[in-house]
Unconditional design. Structure first.
Length: 464
């Protein structure tokens, strides 16, 4: 009897254990409902925003949270990338120190460089995003010397690392017979103009339209489902929103009267409406020989009540006279801002028109980043995201590219669009579980102009 009872208990235990395991698996690893979206072969085309650049560098610790990789993780599909060891592709900006007592932050550029860690992958990468890619590069760039910026004496070696001599971004995407493609490209076609104060050519709107159409024609010809993202308002990023308020305050309080700058047509008078680029930091912090407007310690003297840095010819104080104006490339004036608005609207009109005519979906990144740029920002998973430099959680130290959590916001925007378009229920990412790339305890005072120190030249070639 005892043997029979023991056998019954053992049998019951086995059945219960087996049932429990099945139920546990069903509860913890449910099949994700992707609706009619097919992620069997998932490919991304784009630039550094697709590549997951942070703080002026591309490195594996960030790339593991690229928006494409985050989506791939949610749907359980393969997603290979051209990864780089720490500290990445060079020039990564890092916070060396924060002095809460004296109110300063010191940002440095890491002089070391990582190496590719996935070069031997025996197929094209799923993530074909290349830092610095323009729209034309998707169709035409095969290596560093055939990319668009090479025409201006700036070959881009990252095309070699990602494309590996196998073809263009579009050719490598098609070679994979993709079932699903994310397409977020065209940002640099206007950003380069903006971040250089209007001194870089804008991609012609008609050419933009023709190139975008060609890309979509080819992707749809192989049956790929395509979700595009539009172009953000590049004026709304910390690269432009950080220095401006401090300078504007000084102008309003008449602390820096008579500030003038070079324009394409002559000399402009600075107003509170002008946008000063983050590159101005190197002129404000006094941390190098390039400093021209004093420093965070106030080590300047005055000439008729006007701050003048030591060593400058007082006959023509920098930035205060027409003979020695602020450089054009550091300031986005109202005329240039109007051009930016016009071109972004035109590009987004093209993207929306192509989507409508083809029955495709568009991720409205423009509206999302504008909401983040509002004074109150947005709240997601209990975290407030704003466009405040360093403390806003959204943008990394270059003032252009997202933090890891920022890329989580982008991934969720794609997921929401995919769910709506394809009747899917892909779970959203809890951005609170992603690494906070820039987390500080308490408030970080930033010194004289409310901004930290950034090394000279670190942001000279900011680009998506």
């Amino acid at each position: 009897m005892k043997k029979i009872l023991s056998l019954i208990l053992i049998t019951a235990s086995i059945v219960l254990l087996s049932t429990s395991c099945d139920e546990y698996n069903e509860l913890t690893a449910p099949a994700v409902n992707t609706g009619s979206a097919d992620f069997t072969r998932f490919v991304s085309i784009g630039n550094s925003l697709t590549m997951a650049e942070q703080s002026s560098s591309v490195f594996e610790a960030s790339q593991m949270y690229s928006f494409g990789k985050l989506i791939a993780n949610q749907v359980g599909t393969n997603y290979e990338q051209a990864t780089f060891s720490d500290p990445g592709t060079g020039g990564r900006l890092e916070i060396r120190s924060i002095d809460l007592v004296n109110g300063s932050a010191d940002i440095v550029a890491n002089s070391n460089q990582g190496v590719p860690t996935n070069l031997t992958y025996p197929a094209p990468y799923n993530n074909l995003g290349v830092k610095g890619a323009f729209l034309t590069d998707v169709l035409n760039a095969r290596d560093a010397n055939s990319c668009y910026t090479a025409n201006f004496g700036v070959p881009n070696p990252l095309f070699n690392a990602v494309l590996r001599g196998l073809g263009t971004q579009l050719e490598l995407a098609i070679a994979q017979q993709p079932t699903f493609v994310t397409l977020w490209i065209g940002n640099n076609d206007i950003l380069a103009f903006a971040t250089r104060g209007g001194l870089f050519p804008i991609t012609d709107v008609q050419q933009f339209a023709a190139n975008y159409k060609t890309i979509l024609d080819n992707l749809q010809a192989v049956g790929a489902q395509v979700v595009m993202a539009n172009i953000p308002d590049v004026k709304n990023i910390p690269f432009f929103k950080t220095v401006g308020p401090g300078i504007g305050f000084s102008l309003q309080q008449n602390q820096l009267p008579g500030m003038v700058y070079q324009t394409t047509s002559g000399i402009g008078q600075a107003t509170v409406d002008d946008l000063f680029s983050l590159n101005v930091l190197i002129l404000l912090t006094g941390s190098s020989a390039a400093s021209l407007i004093g420093d965070v310690t106030g080590a300047y003297y005055t000439l008729n009540g006007i701050p003048v840095p030591a060593g400058v010819n007082t006959a023509f104080p920098f930035g205060l006279t027409a003979e020695n104006p602020w450089p054009n490339n550091l300031i986005l004036d109202p005329t240039e801002m109007a051009i930016v608005d016009q071109i972004v609207a035109a590009y987004n009109g093209i993207i929306n028109a192509e989507a409508t005519s083809r029955g495709l979906a568009v991720v409205d990144i423009y509206s999302i980043l504008n909401a983040i740029g509002e004074p109150s920002g947005i709240v997601m998973n209990g975290i407030t995201f704003s466009s405040d430099f360093i403390t806003g959680n959204t943008y990394s130290l270059d003032g252009v590219h997202p933090t890891t959590q920022g890329y989580g916001i982008v991934a969720n925007a794609f997921i929401e669009t995919i769910n709506n378009k394809y009747g899917a229920s892909i779970p959203f990412i809890d951005v609170a579980t992603l690494p906070g790339s820039l987390i500080f305890e308490g408030t970080v005072p930033m010194g004289k102009y409310g901004i930290p120190q950034i090394p000279y030249g670190a942001l000279d070639r900011v680009i998506f």
